[in-house]
Write a protein that binds this ligand. Structure first.
Ligand code: CTP
Length: 480
């Protein structure tokens, strides 16, 4: 088999083959490594299968290196692994498996190479290359995986109902590979996914979400997302997203299908940015629409407040999908809540104060917000799209001008909450919040200058209306 391996890879594979010869076992590199090498994709790991004890082979291979890498092994599964310069090598004895219907934990029995290949997920992942000296480099391809690689086809080596029932995560993998490689899932295999999608529930959410994120990272995520939708898998773990689908018509008035609109927004975002979380913001931007949908006589369909509902839904959905509950989630929620703001600034008589507010609210995420908003323009009318994009360029220009003048991004009001508390001898309380907000709002609205003295003057004035007085005149200057 002629595939382009580096010299180091060839030497490593030869070394594994020679060790297998010494132990008297047959040995092959199999699965993703072979697939990706044939496709000319990058590889970061290699799976080795042998007709014998995989752990013993792994330990014997590791022994041949001067620094004797540490071998991790799992006796119950008969698997072993070690790393060489960041490259992961996994070993397993060829096996046939039978799965219990209630879990993914297989009963492992020793088997032949072909039995092992037969129980793998797809023909393109079942290709093996011999490593023993006698036949080094010989392709073993009992299920025409090579043809499927060439024609771009995803199919299971076994009856797909059995393959998917053995391990339902493979349904997500089929769609992920279709999306990553631009391959087609054969109808028989796709129909089996639609039949078995309810089995996904025995898979941990972390694994399902991992596959979903791999789809989101593709150049055109809509390919995989649409397949997830059509197969019924998406509804199994993310019903809020499938709720976006469909069009209601009343008095002859419809609205756009928010599911397909969302897919387009994700693709548009993916064309402009690699940032996974910005793509998530695109996925979530209209998630609040089903809950806010109303039909108003004379107006047609409205989705008032969907950005607020969407912002609130974000932490719950992240929890449900076992996505991180950290700054990524906050970033997505923030972009969802702000996604209508830039479009509202495209009208002519917009004040500097509205611009300042957006600069303040978006802070460092302003550029990402603008990418999301541009991606949100999915009209089929080219002239409309052109006009909207030109309007956004104007908004960007004005935002830049206001920012240069007022320096509002990442700005902190000149008097902090701590200073207010010291000045009026207050503990954290509603009054402190009122005073802080008064200063911030007055500066953002342009009512007072963005300076310490102007803020202090307003603070004292406002405090008097709350019957608060500075504890000592020396407290008037921040000496911290
Ligand atoms: N495999 C399988 N069923 C699974 C997962 C893996 O049959 N649910 C088999 C396939 O032969 C696969 C190999 O194990 O090629 C290695 O799996 P893994 O490293 O998870 O995936 P890769 O195919 O290498 O692809 P990727 O790294 O992109 O996930």
């Amino acid at each position: 088999m002629d595939i382009s391996c580096t010299v180091q890879e060839v030497m490593l594979l030869e070394r594994i083959g020679e060790t297998a010869d010494r132990l008297g076992v047959s040995c092959f590199v199999i699965g993703g490594f072979v697939r990706d090498k044939i496709l000319g994709r990058a590889t970061k790991d290699a799976d080795i299968v042998c007709t014998g004890d995989g752990i013993e082979l792994a330990k014997a291979v590791a022994e041949t290196f001067p620094h004797k890498p540490h071998v991790n092994f799992f006796k119950n599964f008969g698997t072993a692994q070690f790393k060489l310069n960041g490259f992961d090598i996994e070993f397993v004895g060829a096996r046939k498996e039978s799965y219990s219907p209630e879990s993914r934990k297989p009963d492992v029995l020793p088997g032949t190479l072909e039995e092992d290949q037969l129980r793998r997920d797809f023909t393109i992942n079942a290709l093996a290359i011999t490593l023993n000296k006698e036949n080094f480099g010989k392709l073993v391809d009992p299920f025409n995986g090579m043809d499927d690689l060439q024609y771009g086809i995803i199919r299971t080596p076994l009856d797909p109902d059995i393959t998917f029932s053995d391990d339902p995560l493979r349904m997500m993998r089929a769609i992920r590979f279709a999306s990553q490689l631009g391959f087609t899932i054969v109808p028989e295999t796709f129909e089996a996914i639609t039949r078995n999608c309810a089995r996904l529930k025995i898979i941990s959410q972390e694994r399902t979400t991992d596959e979903l994120n791999k789809i989101m990272a593709c150049p055109k995520p809509s390919v995989g997302l649409e397949l997830l939708f059509k197969s019924g898998l998406l509804k199994e773990f993310f019903p809020q997203m499938t709720d976006l689908a469909g069009v209601d018509i009343l008095d002859g008035q419809g609205h756009k299908d928010n599911f397909y609109h969302t897919l387009k927004v994700i693709d548009n975002t993916a064309e402009r940015s690699e940032n996974l979380w910005l793509r998530w913001a695109a996925l979530m931007h209209d998630i609040g629409k089903p809950a806010t949908k109303r039909y108003e006589n004379g107006h047609g369909w409205t989705f008032h407040g969907h950005e607020v509902v969407g912002e609130k839904m974000t932490p719950r959905i992240f929890k449900q999908l076992k996505l991180p509950q950290n700054e990524h989630m906050k970033y997505v929620a923030k972009l969802v809540s702000l996604h209508l703001r830039p479009i509202s600034l495209t009208k002519e008589d917009i004040t500097d104060s509205a611009m300042r507010r957006l600069l303040f609210d978006a802070g460092d995420d302003l550029e990402d917000l603008m990418i999301l908003c541009e991606s949100d323009i999915t009209s089929k009318n080219r002239l409309k799209v052109k006009r909207y994009l030109e309007n956004f360029e104007m908004v960007k220009l004005r935002l830049r001008e206001v920012e240069e003048k007022d320096n509002i991004r990442n700005w902190q009001p000149p008097i902090s909450g701590d200073e207010i508390m010291k000045l009026f001898n207050l503990t954290p309380s509603r009054e402190v919040g009122v005073l802080k907000t008064t200063i911030r709002e007055a500066i953002l609205d342009g009512q007072i200058a963005n300076t310490y003295d102007a803020a202090m003057e307003l603070l004292i004035e406002k405090a008097q209306t709350l019957n608060l007085h500075p504890v000592s005149p020396s407290g008037l200057k921040n000496t911290d």
